[in-house]
Ligand binder design. Structure first.
Ligand code: IMP
Length: 201
């Protein structure tokens, strides 16, 4: 049950992706936390490691907005392509897109893939960030399907689903099964516990 007092807890999500904000906002609300959106881009380091990207990103974001906040970095890891595009998912999406991935997967039987999400929460530049991770296992579809979501959603069939791609699901349905849903739920649960422990209302 969400009451007015607990809704006064607020977290800030720094992202220029409105889809990510919408997904996170639904989860935060379920836990009585209000999510504020700072729609800005922050500098992202190049790394093979999503956690490093989120760690440094959250420090830069906290320094930039001068307030505690979190950022999130995600990637699609395709088994038959040895984890490609992984940390380079944004560049690959911009350049070859879903059609390009489907072409790379033509004639490939092993369609196993995994989305990974890493959230970095940071109070200030001098604080070490807290990291929360989520994963969603699934397969790469044979064709693009669905109009919802964003990015690789139309080609990703999550395990535990009913044969629909993420792009064919509602935000709540995607959140139940997704990498970001898992990572954001971990963040929000931790935040509620810590803030309650600190007696902040
Ligand atoms: P980033 O986390 O914004 O750097 O995302 C890297 C790339 O993966 C971008 O091209 C996104 O569109 C894509 N991506 C990230 N999260 C998701 C998701 O939940 N579904 C589909 N594509 C995603």
């Amino acid at each position: 049950m969400v009451d007015v007092v607990s809704m006064s807890k607020a977290l800030t999500f720094v992202t220029s992706n409105r889809h990510k904000f919408k997904e996170a906002e639904r989860i935060a609300k379920e836990h009585g936390v209000k999510l504020r959106w700072r729609n800005i881009s922050y500098a992202e380091i190049q790394s093979d490691n999503l956690a490093d990207i989120a760690r440094v990103g959250s420090q830069l974001a906290a320094m930039f907005i001068r307030a505690p906040c979190f950022v999130e970095d995600a990637g699609l890891f395709i088994e038959a392509l040895r984890g490609f595009p992984g940390p380079y998912s944004a560049y690959v999406f911009k350049t070859i897109g879903n059609d390009g991935i489907l072409r790379l997967m033509e004639g490939v039987d092993n369609r196993a893939a995994e989305f990974r999400s890493v959230v970095g929460y940071c109070e200030s530049f001098s604080n070490s960030p807290k990291i929360f991770e989520g994963r969603a296992k699934g397969t790469i579809a044979l064709e693009v399907r669905g109009k919802g979501g964003f990015g690789y959603d139309p080609i990703f069939l999550p395990h535990g689903g009913d044969g629909r791609t993420f792009a064919e699901m509602s935000t709540d349905e995607k959140n139940e099964l997704s990498h970001r849903g898992e990572a954001i739920r971990k963040l929000v649960k931790w935040y509620v516990e810590v803030k309650e422990g600190e007696g902040i209302k």
